[in-house]
Design a protein around this ligand. Structure first.
Ligand SMILES: [Zn+2]
Length: 156
């Protein structure tokens, strides 16, 4: 059985003179290991949730900050929980600063909310996973998650 999991996807919306980073947190249901169809369906659940959330953000929240045209692209994905304190576990609909490091040229990232790059690397060192490449880069992101349908748009 592959357990239920969590993914963070980092997107960038770029205009001529601006850029806006969006971090989407989605959950992926558990599935039986030997069942490719179920694995595809679990991945598609996470894909569909991420598309739904970022579409809403681009239609409703981004235009309040910036009315320019934007091109968007996926900067990368983190599989699982951040190495830092679990501040990214709670409600989204908010801005925060995350540190982002990459595994080589792959799409796989390690990211976490930290007050400094040093704090970020301390958390990474204490984590079990394979260390990503240095340096880490700070991104000011808007965090959005599945559960934010229970949140409050006054704070958005
Ligand atoms: Zn813009």
């Amino acid at each position: 059985m592959a357990p239920a999991g969590r993914e963070f996807r980092l997107y960038r919306y770029s205009g001529l003179l601006c850029r806006h980073d969006l971090l989407v947190r989605v959950d992926r249901p558990a599935y039986p290991n030997a069942d490719q169809g179920a694995e595809d369906a679990a991945d598609d659940f996470a894909d569909s949730a991420a598309e739904h959330l970022r579409g809403w953000w681009a239609r409703r929240l981004l235009p309040r900050d910036c009315s320019r045209e934007h091109r968007d692209r996926l900067l990368g994905t983190m599989d699982g929980e951040p190495p830092t304190e679990d501040t990214l576990d709670g409600p989204g609909l908010r801005r925060c600063r995350v540190w982002v490091a990459r595994h080589g040229d792959s799409e796989w990232l390690v990211l976490g909310e930290a007050t400094s790059e040093e704090e970020f690397w301390r958390a990474v060192a204490e984590d079990d996973g394979r260390e990503p490449d240095r340096p880490a880069v700070a991104h000011d992101v808007y965090l959005l998650a599945d559960e934010d349908g229970r949140g409050d748009l006054r704070d958005a």
